[in-house]
Design a protein around this ligand. Sequence first.
Ligand code: AMP
Ligand code: MG
Length: 331
Amino acid sequence: MTTPFAVPELPHPRAHLTSPVTRGALSLQSGLLAAAREFLRDNGFTELLPPIIGPVTDPGNRGAKQVDIDYYGHRYKLMTSAILYKQASLLAFDKIFYVAPNVRLEPVETAGTGRHLTEFHQLDVEVAGASRDDILQLIEDLVRHMARHVVAEHTADLELLGRDPGAFTDLINSAFDRMSHATAVERLHDLGHGQSPDAELDWPGEALLSGKASRPFFVTDYPKGSRGFYDRESREDPGVLRNFDLIAPEGYGELCSGSERESDYARIVARIRETGENPAKYAWYLETAREGIPASSGFGIGLQRLTRYIAGLDAVWQATAFPKLVGTVSP
Ligand code: AMP
Ligand code: MG
């Protein structure tokens, strides 16, 4: 795997697009997407096309800057994630998904993590009336279906990439483990890593836990303040969010984040205020919530991250036709 913080030099587009590794990775990614669409359609989901710009976007992402555009004299944003639209989309259908592009100007220190692009895509799923347990099971079934598809149908790509299909035996056959954020912090302390109990797992900590696993696993119950205002706070255990991450094994790190969502208007407003933001910014979303949005749970899987793990690639940019890395000028 890439040495942390060594910033890679991207190949020229022609060299990248004609490289067998790129072709293998993108072919595998296409198979993963086909399998996801098949699974979700068969389970009653409707695919919607995601918005790309809006007056506000997801504020909750680890120090990444948003990109503004001038929209007829109004300041609009490129989507950092489509979370607000996912919740609203449930007014039309109970089970929806998008394949959604996101743009985030990630902090410069992420340039060499092998896990960060400035432009990437999420498989974004939301289900009305679902609990966190329902959604964790859905993710496990979905990821298993995608991996099975690739192992059965993409043997040539896996071989070309030097990826042993045996890497997915545990994923295909065994339930995904779950541990709370508090337990993850404890384990990291035992391993000598100084993880803060009040924050998301830092990148080295996440890689450490990931490196010890043989199949993906869930970390649940992140502390309030570490994530967006839309993650529902536990009513029984205030300060703890009803959310989760899915972490890949073998050191590949986070694949997916999700949660039960807050759908209570007054609580959403209070949570926005707590983050120091002005609720007036979120006018369209709050007006929609005031009249009622369904309670829901959902998640977003980073598609380049998932492809990187399944393909066994050194870095996430290799799972992208036109990679954009922090601080690098590229097509
Ligand atoms: P987040 O809302 O930050 O949890 O992002 C959702 C998912 O998108 C993550 O679990 C990752 O799989 C993926 N992701 C987030 N940021 C990036 C990035 N900068 N580059 C590539 N994938 C990302
Ligand atoms: Mg996340």
